[in-house]
Design a protein around this ligand. Structure first.
Ligand SMILES: Cc1ncc(C[n+]2csc(CCOP(=O)(O)OP(=O)(O)O)c2C)c(N)n1
Ligand code: SF4
Ligand SMILES: [Mg+2]
Length: 310
């Protein structure tokens, strides 16, 4: 793990600053400030449509202090791949503005833009081996457009397109395991959370240093769509890790490594309870949903532990 002290981080230049309109308590800027600090090189950012893009670039303002390209909802990875190809071509011809200095290309996309609509572009870019980093900021919802369910939305969560009511009890499917899908591309793939900033910083640094494709899936608390108190975000992100709902791990050279083993068993309902989107699961007649949830979390954790032993 890269060694970093909080006071050194605090002294670093901020490349994502005031002037954005992200909600109070949103986890996106926490993630962003950490990831942007992890680079020793100038960065060029590709950003899929979503909360981050919409809230940081209302013309004529910008919260970005680094070159930034807005692309469509579905093609952040393709934009990043194109930027990298252009960078390489200009470098080869000696036509890079600012000389020959190394830059890195980094793409940010939400879970909707990554798990779902941008998956083809992402898979293609990673398979072709572009020297890019792709960060999925996973708030488990199509948040920017009103909280529709995505492939990342957890089982049971009430979303505007999977509303808990008389007909259904929230989302009926389990979350897609995107981190494993990306690991299957034989690249550096990792899972991180804004609650564990040293781990996140180290993973971002490693991904940026790697000469080739890298992917990180970062859990982002979203008070608006998780229906939680604004001040609870980081605590909930930590609870997701401690209840094993969101294990911190990485896959490098085909080897799985768990970066954090929770010290004690915390039931999954501790994570579910403070979130309004799961409120219906706490009605007596729906208690089986919490049991199902716990069973799945246990099974997924056991499977992950087994993978680390291969
Ligand atoms: C092709 C296309 N379909 C739909 C939209 C509308 N749209 C814009 S952002 C968005 C949701 C984004 O969700 P996510 O990627 O999870 O980012 P978040 O808003 O949660 O940050 C949708 C549906 C669009 N811009 N383009
Ligand atoms: S809706 Fe959620 S992810 Fe979007 S800005 Fe608000 S808190 Fe952040
Ligand atoms: Mg989202």
């Amino acid at each position: 793990m890269a060694k970093v002290r909080l006071r050194d981080l605090a002294a670093m230049e901020d490349k994502f600053v005031f002037g954005h309109g992200l909600c109070p308590g949103c986890g996106v800027p926490i993630m962003l400030k950490m990831v942007l600090r992890a680079s020793d090189y100038p960065l060029v950012v590709a950003n899929a449509t979503g909360c981050l893009e919409v809230c940081s670039s209302g013309f004529p303002y910008t919260a970005w202090k680094t070159p930034w390209v807005h692309n469509a909802f579905e093609n952040a990875a393709a934009t990043a791949a194109g930027l990298e190809a252009a960078y390489k071509a200009l470098k080869k011809r000696g036509r890079l503005p600012g000389g020959d200095k190394k830059i890195k290309i980094i793409a940010f996309g939400g879970d909707g833009g990554t798990y779902d609509i941008g998956l083809q572009a992402l898979s293609g870019a990673m398979e072709r081996g572009h020297d890019i980093v792709y960060i999925c900021y996973d708030n488990q919802s199509y948040a920017n457009t009103g909280g529709q369910r995505s492939g990342a939305t957890p089982y049971g969560a009430s979303a505007t397109t999977s509303p808990a009511g008389k007909k259904i009890k929230g989302k009926l499917q389990w979350r897609k395991n995107l981190t494993e899908i990306m690991a299957a591309h034989d690249i550096y793939a990792a899972q991180a959370s804004v609650s564990h900033w040293k781990d996140l910083y180290s993973k971002a640094k490693k991904a940026i240093e790697i000469d080739g494709p890298a992917f990180i899936n970062v859990l982002i608390p979203c008070p608006t769509e998780w229906k939680t108190k604004t001040e609870d975000g980081v605590r909930l992100a930590k609870l997701a890790v401690d209840t094993k709902v969101w294990p911190l791990y990485e896959v490098e050279g085909g080897k799985h490594k768990i970066n954090y083993y929770p010290k004690k068993e915390i039931p999954v309902e501790e994570w579910l309870k403070p979130q309004g989107r799961f409120a219906h699961m706490f009605r007596e007649e729906n208690s089986w949903m919490i049991e199902e949830y716990q069973k799945k979390v246990n099974e997924d954790w056991e499977r992950l532990v087994k993978l680390t032993k291969l």
